[in-house]
Design a binder for this molecule. Sequence first.
Ligand code: XMP
Length: 506
Amino acid sequence: KILILDFGSQYTQLIARRVRELNVYCEIHPFNKVPAFTPDIKGVILSGSPCSVRDEDHPNPDLNQYLGQTPVLGVCYGAQLLAFENGGDVIASTIREYGRARLSEVHATNRLLKEITIGSQVWMSHGDTIKQIPDNFEIIASTDSVAVAAYKIAGQETYGIQFHPEVTHTTEGKTLLRNFVVHICGCQQDWTPDQFIESTVQELRDLIGNDKVVLGLSGGVDSSVAAMLIHQAIGKNLYCIFVDNGLLRHNEFQSVLDSYQHMGLNVKGVDAKANFYNTLAGLTDPEQKRKAIGRVFIEVFDEEAHQIEDVKWLAQGTIYPDVIESVSVKGPSVTIKSHHNVGGLPDFMKLKVVEPLKSLFKDEVRLVGKTLNIDDLILSRHPFPGPGLAIRIIGDITPQKVHILQQVDHIFISGLRTSGLYNEVWQAGAMLLPVQSVGVMGDERTYENVVALRAVTSVDGMTADWAHLPYEFLADVSNEIINKVKGVNRVVYDISSKPPATIEWE
Ligand code: XMP
């Protein structure tokens, strides 16, 4: 495997995804917890960082067990760190070294640069630059403005590059990473979905044996793929519970339950709508709503789990981005909402936890799901928040409001599907606002609800842009909603990006 040391760059996870796309397994570790060398570590990549090596207390781990023993590739800050620590000169760059540049010189005989062409575009993003390399360093690539675009240390397989090979703007970045990971580190490209499934199923069998496992299905990609993997390993000893909290989309509970049964899962659908509505009645504060939903879910789930005799394990669909230990080099990041319930159910369940997807990124989970023949209806669906429509009804929740929003949402989402726009957006939904507005229908004045439609494009939900849906499409959807959904007389479209807005309204 490849070890990626994270110095806090926004691109660290992208490096990992690119390496995995080469079918090579890699792990991200924080720079201040460098794992001890083991023979399965075939190479190390040092990430970029928002820090500067010129700062007094810049991140500077002891890499002696790796340098000179194992191939090392420093990217951006990683490259500057190696140069600086070996006596090179790193200065604040006077010219802007952001954005596109072109390689003007390339040592084609160098193994890192095999098949990298002169003139190819690279993406720079740094405030510092290497002015002078140490004596035993050799420049192997340059751009017009950055002489030390790439270097190698003589006599060892240690490289530095000041551009970012992991972003798509570096057009031959993937070739460079392949050169490093496959040719220089000698990694086998055998980390594929098939291989992952085969070895994971075997590991799950060994781990679980004849024990019983309980798993909460949500209808989402992660819990569904986790369920199918465990199902392959232990069959009917996997007990799945799918709770109807009354906050799902129109008809979603039944159609997803049908899919699960079709997939052969041992699944129990639990109608807990009344329970959720009763607890939510009168609550208007978003955090209180979230907490109430979480609490009722745990109660319902716990009761169901107790009915399975002698259950030993709790399975969860935790994925890699939830468990990567994040580096905070510039102070702790603030919690904006109490969501993303990492850790899942509380200790009182007293079950051992099994998380078969915890080494995978989202796109890898989808690939594994595809290989397992999971329904596309489940695999390609947009993310949907755990508290469901409750955080899209601003203010208090009533079954009537849920019903109105389900109809609105259904018209919008079906419209996206039939117009072929569904896969163009990352997430879409509707918000029911606590606002009444005046309208005219026939000769009557109306005083009814406003709904807001929201559709965004994004990569991971951390940042998002509002989707530029065609006017004609929006016009049709708006008409259909106002004509068909009783209680709604006005539709607006949200044109805020994240940041500063968020995707959800609560
Ligand atoms: P925001 O609104 O923070 O949303 O821009 C980013 C992503 O997170 C989802 N989201 C939630 N998911 N529980 C969840 O499981 C929550 O309480 C929650 N709040 C927001 C949101 O749908 C989007 O995908």
